[in-house]
Design a protein around this ligand. Structure first.
Ligand code: FMN
Length: 197
């Protein structure tokens, strides 16, 4: 299913086409594609080039996959189990001198954003999830105190909404919405809309 962004201004087709489906097909994700999407993740910018992101990959049928599925809240588990690959995203909270890295979540998010667009380029779709239990993730994967599980994402080929349990089908078809520019791009004063738009 296509759910292109209804934009006021023209944007790159990959950004326009990207959305977060819950219906994934059984088709496996080729290893070469996974290699390239993590290559894209690798080349994201980060504060002092600290690259605080870490990823744990789970391919369906593996222990890694089963552990990730088990960390998800029930709402997410019901649809995410369709996905051929699940990934746990982790960030390193401290720098080399063991001081807090204040941008670790920001940097890790950028890495995921790069990965997302490469995935779109490869014909894949992704769906990120904050709805998981970080404490379970830390336990299952022996993640140390310097690191935080931040998000899980599902990745794979998109499928028709009718693969989903019924209660998710309406959400899958729902319109995508966004705030207007005057709510987030300002000039002169915080909250004062920019004249650019
Ligand atoms: C950090 C983050 C956490 C999210 N958590 C969940 C989640 O737990 N469950 C879910 O179904 N979708 C989750 N989403 C997906 C968002 O709801 C979705 O990106 C948003 O509604 C915009 O829709 P779009 O990605 O299709 O444009 C999450 C997205 C992000 C970036």
């Amino acid at each position: 299913m296509e759910k292109p962004a209804k934009t006021k201004y023209d944007i790159h087709p990959l950004i326009k086409r990207r959305w977060s489906p819950r219906a994934f097909s059984d088709n496996i994700v080729e290893k070469e594609k996974l290699q390239r999407i993590f290559e894209a993740a690798r080349w994201a910018p980060s504060s002092f080039n600290q690259q605080p992101w870490k990823y744990i990959v789970g391919v369906k049928g593996s222990d890694s996959y089963n552990k990730i599925i088990d960390t998800l809240i029930e709402f997410n588990r019901q649809w995410a189990k369709l996905a051929p690959v699940l990934v746990m995203v982790i960030g390193k909270k401290v720098d080399q001198k063991n001081r807090p890295n204040l941008t670790y979540q920001y940097d890790t998010g950028q890495s995921v954003a790069y990965l997302t667009l490469q995935a779109m380029h490869e014909g894949l779709f992704m769906h990120q999830m904050g709805g998981f239990k970080p404490s379970k993730a830390s336990e299952y994967f022996s993640i140390d105190d310097e690191h935080d599980p931040i998000v899980v994402f599902a990745i794979g080929y998109i499928a028709s909404y009718d693969r989903l349990p019924e209660k998710y089908q309406e959400i899958e078809k729902a319109e995508r919405t966004r705030k207007n520019f005057d709510e987030f791009v300002f000039e002169n004063k915080f909250g004062k809309k920019s004249e650019i738009f």
